[in-house]
Design a protein around this ligand. Structure first.
Ligand code: BTN
Length: 325
């Protein structure tokens, strides 16, 4: 974790928006000596920030490496609580696993865990999630809504809306959502979302939303078996995307829609989600653990459960499945 002074220093640079800040101005803002400022600047340099120092002008941040460290995320993050506690790991098994542990230890709502690589990334239905170093967003978010566990699937859909909008904002490419958690571009998967719970029978203790986004991989970077089904934002937009900016944008949107949800319920978000969904209105096959259901996807329930009408007119509610369109 970062010292409060370094956090404040980064906030000051964010507010300065690339302009120089004199050593004295920084000392006044932070209420410490200019020597202390210099020491903090050196620490930031060690953490990978490129800081320019010019006599009589002061300091400014020139550029940053493409890392998703605590500093990179914090610089420019404009949220009220989400991402205020950041656990950054160069490498880990799974950010979900770390987030579960932190949650059990009582971490604050809005804590996020981010890794540069996952050695054992978890997908839905116990699948592996390919998470190579420095190319993607591998992040888990801890929320603690005061709700019943039945509401949990809605959070996958809320996260999906936030990710779709953030991708569109940063790349101008408009992705689509395949219920419940796949985000696709041109029919290939760019993002997966895994929502897990710590809960009693009637109350959620925490929801852990795991988001995996393929960002800067080229096609040849994917293993052979993924090349026909996976894609990345760089492939689809033709340019490299700054992962930290993408994370910030997602966090701001999740926070915004979380507040909408807490104030107005799921109804307005359901409409928004349906506007990005590809499966609704189409003939689909849902492969569940108990068998296959074929029919027309007619929408989602207020809980976020998929409704399929089969040829006999029977409506099936699907909680978890692989969808074939
Ligand atoms: C899926 O589509 O099957 C869901 C994939 C979720 C992957 C993310 S990456 C960050 C977080 N940590 C994990 O181990 N899994 C999720």
């Amino acid at each position: 974790m970062q010292s409060p002074t370094r956090k404040r220093l980064l906030e000051a640079f964010t507010e300065a928006n690339g302009e120089f800040l004199s050593g004295q101005a920084l000392a006044d803002i932070l209420g410490c000596s200019r020597t202390a400022i210099w020491k903090h600047i050196e620490e930031l340099r060690k953490e990978g920030f490129e800081l320019e120092a010019v006599r009589k002008k002061g300091y400014r941040i020139v550029s940053t490496e493409d890392r998703v460290s605590e500093n990179e995320i914090r610089l420019g993050l404009n949220t009220k609580f989400l991402g205020h506690s950041i656990h950054y790991l160069d490498s880990t098994d799974s950010t979900q696993k770390v987030a579960h542990k932190l949650s059990q230890e009582g971490c604050p709502e809005g804590t996020i865990v981010i890794a540069e690589e996952q050695k054992n990334g978890r997908g839905r239905l116990t699948r592996h999630w390919y998470s190579p170093k420095y190319t993607g967003v591998w992040m888990s978010i801890v929320l603690r809504p005061n709700l019943s566990p039945q509401k949990a699937p809605q959070f996958t859909l809320i996260a999906a809306i936030a990710v779709v909008q953030a991708i569109e904002e940063l790349t101008n490419v408009l992705p689509e959502i395949k219920w419940p958690n796949d985000i696709l571009i041109n029919g290939k998967k760019v993002t997966g979302i895994l929502t897990e719970l710590q809960a009693d029978v009637d109350k959620i203790d925490s929801i852990i939303i795991g988001i995996g986004i393929n960002v800067n991989q080229q096609l040849s970077d994917f293993p052979d078996e993924l090349q026909s089904i996976a894609t990345s934002l760089a492939i689809e937009s033709g340019r490299k995307i700054t992962r930290a900016k993408l994370i910030q944008c997602i966090l701001m949107k999740i926070e915004k829609y979380y507040h909408v949800y807490l104030e107005k319920g799921f109804a307005p978000l359901k409409i928004l989600w349906e506007s990005y969904a590809i499966s609704i209105g189409k003939e689909i096959i849902a492969r569940t653990v108990t068998g296959e259901i074929a029919g027309r996807a007619i929408g989602i329930t207020n809980e976020g459960i998929l409704k399929i009408e089969d040829d006999a007119g029977i409506i099936h509610e699907i909680y978890s499945a692989d969808i074939e369109i």
